[in-house]
Design a binder for this molecule. Structure first.
Ligand code: HEC
Ligand code: HEC
Length: 185
């Protein structure tokens, strides 16, 4: 019985643990007199698109009264169909026609440039970034991607199936030009 002391220590530890457990259980038990926590506001279902002129203050609130909280809109799905969307105007950064999950861009690596750099475009059949991406602010051409075009997601966004949050009457310049002059205001 050379490890008698060990057994005593183990026994004491187990007893102590049981004591702490019981004490914690007694203290932590919810008291029967406590009132149930009241839910402050019932979230309002707010998935509708904003209608201009409906007396709403903030379009992004999607019609939820300002003293109430709205449901967040459901997460949009990223489209990964390789289908390009038309640009609304010539200088619009094109939306990204593929998913970009896990494509890291940081100080040391730029995943997008793996495919979109001029040198790699042929391998991956990706459109190389245009010449503007190599220009600095003085319109000088650099050998590598310009620092101001390094963080691609600053300008390019993935395509999602999210509905428009705010209705608008934007018209493409082509549709403006094709309108007969007499029909204009
Ligand atoms: C594995 C290679 C690959 C990577 C990585 C990649 N892309 Fe692409 N990208 C493509 C290909 C291929 C296309 C052509 C359309 C298609 O097949 O989806 C494309 C198309 C695009 C387009 C559309 C260009 C146009 O003219 O409409 C944009 C914008 C774009 N990518 C941005 C990005 C951004 C931003 C990243 C990083 C977050 C990125 N891509 C990472 C391969 C890639
Ligand atoms: C400061 C905004 C901005 C940043 C940052 C930026 N782009 Fe662009 N990108 C644009 C604009 C604007 C266009 C369309 C006009 C043009 O080509 O300059 C464009 C065009 C493109 C195109 C289409 C090229 C073509 O010839 O049709 C691709 C592909 C692209 N960008 C990829 C990228 C990638 C990859 C990155 C990151 C390395 C990036 N962009 C960073 C604004 C940006």
């Amino acid at each position: 019985m050379h490890n008698k002391h060990l057994w005593i220590a183990v026994g004491l530890t187990v007893a102590l643990m049981a004591l702490v457990f019981v004490a914690g259980w007694m203290v932590g038990r919810p008291s029967k007199h406590e009132a149930p926590v009241e839910v402050a506001t019932t979230p309002v279902d707010a998935r509708a698109v904003f209608v201009p002129g409906a007396g709403q203050i903030d379009a992004i609130r999607r019609g939820v009264p300002i003293d109430q909280e709205g449901h967040p809109p459901p997460m949009a799905h990223v489209e990964n169909a390789d289908l390009k969307r038309v640009r609304a105007y010539p200088m619009q950064p094109p939306t990204i026609p593929h998913a970009i999950d896990g494509y890291q861009i940081d100080k040391n690596s730029n995943r997008c440039m793996l495919c979109h750099a001029r040198a790699n475009a042929a391998t991956f059949q990706a459109p190389p970034v245009s010449v503007t991406h190599y220009m600095d602010r003085d319109d000088q051409f650099l050998a590598t991607i310009s620092p101001r075009r390094y963080f691609c997601n600053q300008c390019h966004v993935v395509q999602t199936d999210a509905p428009v949050l705010v209705a608008n009457q934007f018209r493409d310049i082509d549709s403006v030009l094709s309108t007969p002059p007499t029909a204009k205001e």
